[in-house]
Design a protein around this ligand. Structure first.
Ligand code: CTP
Length: 417
C-alpha cells in the first residue's frame, strides 16, 4: 500500500484545495491530510484564518477524499509524521517547489501544479475591509497603523468622514464623552483603556454599544499576547496551587518628566489598566479593600507620577506599582501555595515566563511568539468581533468595569506622598 501525506491550512476551502487533494490521493492508496493548528499558523505568520482548526478539519473530512486527518502543530513535525505513519510520498502544491526537498531523505517528494486564479487569501479579502479611523499621531496610533498592515480585512481610513470603526487614544478624561458620541454615530470603537474614569460611565458605554449592536473593546494589548493569555490559563488550572498574591510593576520614564503638566496620561491612566488586568483576571473583581497612595505631579488635572495600590481579597492580596516619574523592575510575580510564576521585565510584552517550585527540578519554562506587542492579535480580535457582531471575550466586561472603578477611586483618593 502506498501512503501519501500532504499538509495545508485549508481555510475557506476552495476548488484549488479539492483538486490538490484529489491528485494527492491518486498518487497512492491511502491519503493522510495534515491540517495546521491555529497556534502553528500564528507562529508561521498566518494570523487571521477565517475558520478555526475544527471547522477547517471538518471541511476537509466532508470532502471524503482523505483517509486520515491529523493536526500539524510544530516545525519539523513532517519528518516525525513520515516516520510514524510509514509515508511513501509527501506532496504539496507547486507554490512550495524546493521548500520541502529536505524530506527526500525520508520519502519521495512530489510537487503538484497549483490551480491558477484562486487562493484562501483572495477569498478572505473579498469581504469588504473594515475601515478604521486612527485617532491622533501618538506612538500608540502609529503602532496601530503599522500592525494593521499584517491583518486581513482591515484598512486605515484616510477620510475622516468615511469610516466604520475608530481606534481611540486621546485623553483618558475625554474617553467617555468621545466614545459615547462615536457609538451614537454608529461607529465600532476600540479605545485604549481606561474606557472611562467612572464605573457607571463605562457601564453606560457597554450598554449603549449593545443597544446599537456595535462592538466596544477596551484596548489593553497585553491581554492579546499569547504568553500572557496562557499564563492566566495555567494559573486557573491550579498549576501553582491557590493564588495568595499577585504583584505587578509597570514603569516608564521616557515621556514622563519633561511635560508633566501637559502630559495626557498619568501613571495610573497609562499603566493602571495593564497592571490591573492580571489581578482582576486571576483573583476576580470582588476585592474587600483597596488602598491607594500616589505622588501627584499636576494637582489641577490630578496627574500622578507614581501610584501604589494594595488590594485585599478574601484569601489573597494583590498590589500594583505604576510610575512615569520613577523607574523600577517591570516584573510580575504570582505567588501560589504550590509554586509561583515569574515574568521578567517588561512582563507586559513578554513571550516568556517560568513556573517555579521548591523543587527546582520541577520548574517549567514557557515561550510563545509575540508579534507586535499583542497589538496585531488585538486588531484581529476586533475585526473578527465586528464581523461576527459579537463582543470579544478576551477582556471580560466586568474586568473593564473594575478598571474604571479603580480610576474613580484614584480620583477620589486623598492619600499622597
Ligand atoms: N493549493 C493549490 N492551488 C491553489 C491553492 C492552494 O494547489 N490555488 C494547494 C497548496 O499548494 C497546498 C494546499 O493546497 O498544497 C493547501 O494550501 P493552503 O495554504 O491551505 O491554501 P492557499 O489558498 O494557498 O492559502 P493562502 O492564500 O492563505 O496561502
Amino acid at each position: 500500500m502506498t501512503k501519501v501525506i500532504t499538509y495545508g491550512t485549508y481555510d475557506v476551502l476552495h476548488y484549488g484545495h479539492i483538486r490538490l487533494l484529489e491528485r494527492a490521493k491518486a498518487l497512492g492508496d491511502y491519503l493522510i491530510v495534515g491540517v495546521t493548528s491555529d497556534d502553528y499558523d500564528i507562529t508561521r505568520g498566518k494570523i487571521n484564518n477565517k475558520q478555526s482548526l475544527v471547522e477547517r478539519m471538518e471541511n476537509v473530512r466532508k470532502l471524503g477524499i482523505a483517509d486520515e486527518i491529523i493536526v500539524e502543530e510544530y516545525e519539523g513535525q513532517k519528518i516525525d509524521d513520515i516516520k510514524k505513519y510509514g509515508v511513501d510520498i509527501f506532496t504539496v502544491g507547486s507554490d512550495w517547489v524546493g521548500k520541502f526537498d529536505y524530506l527526500n531523505e525520508y520519502c519521495k517528494v512530489v510537487y503538484l501544479d497549483r490551480t491558477q486564479g484562486i487562493s484562501s487569501s483572495e477569498l478572505r479579502s473579498q469581504t469588504r475591509s473594515l475601515k478604521v479611523l486612527v485617532e491622533g499621531h501618538s506612538p500608540m496610533s502609529q503602532k496601530f497603523v503599522n500592525e494593521s498592515k499584517y491583518v486581513n480585512g482591515v484598512e486605515v481610513a484616510l477620510d475622516e468622514s468615511d469610516f466604520d470603526a475608530i481606534y481611540l487614544v486621546s485623553k483618558p478624561e475625554n474617553h467617555y464623552q468621545e466614545v459615547k458620541k462615536l457609538l451614537e454615530e454608529g461607529k465600532h470603537v476600540l479605545c485604549e483603556s481606561p474606557l472611562a474614569l467612572k464605573e457607571i460611565e463605562a457601564k453606560e458605554l457597554f450598554d449603549l454599544a449593545k443597544e446599537k449592536n456595535l462592538i466596544l473593546m477596551d484596548g489593553i494589548k497585553t491581554a492579546f499576547a499569547t504568553a500572557y493569555a496562557r499564563l492566566v490559563l495555567l494559573v486557573k488550572t491550579g498549576n501553582i496551587g491557590d493564588v495568595v498574591s499577585v504583584d505587578v510593576t509597570c514603569t516608564s520614564l521616557a515621556d514622563g518628566l519633561a511635560k508633566e503638566s501637559s502630559n495626557k496620561w498619568g501613571a495610573i491612566t497609562a499603566w493602571g489598566p495593564t497592571a490591573l488586568l492580571p489581578i482582576f483576571q486571576i483573583l476576580g473583581v470582588n476585592y474587600k479593600d483597596i488602598n491607594i497612595i500616589s505622588h501627584i505631579v499636576d494637582e489641577k488635572r490630578k496627574i500622578d507620577g507614581f501610584t501604589k495600590i494594595d488590594f485585599v481579597y478574601d484569601k489573597a492580596v494583590a498590589s500594583i506599582k505604576v510610575a512615569k516619574t520613577a523607574k523600577s523592575e517591570g516584573e510580575m510575580v504570582i505567588t501560589g501555595t504550590k509554586g509561583y510564576i515569574y515574568v521578567g521585565a517588561p512582563w507586559w510584552k513578554t513571550d516568556y515566563f517560568e513556573i517555579r517550585y521548591e523543587d527546582t527540578n520541577k520548574n517549567k519554562r514557557f515561550f510563545y511568539q509575540l508579534d507586535g506587542e499583542g497589538i496585531r492579535n488585538e486588531i484581529v480580535e476586533f475585526v473578527k468581533a465586528v464581523e461576527a457582531k459579537k463582543n470579544p471575550t478576551v477582556i471580560e466586561e466586568n474586568v473593564s468595569l473594575a478598571i474604571a472603578r479603580v480610576m474613580e477611586k484614584f480620583l477620589e483618593n486623598k492619600k499622597y506622598i
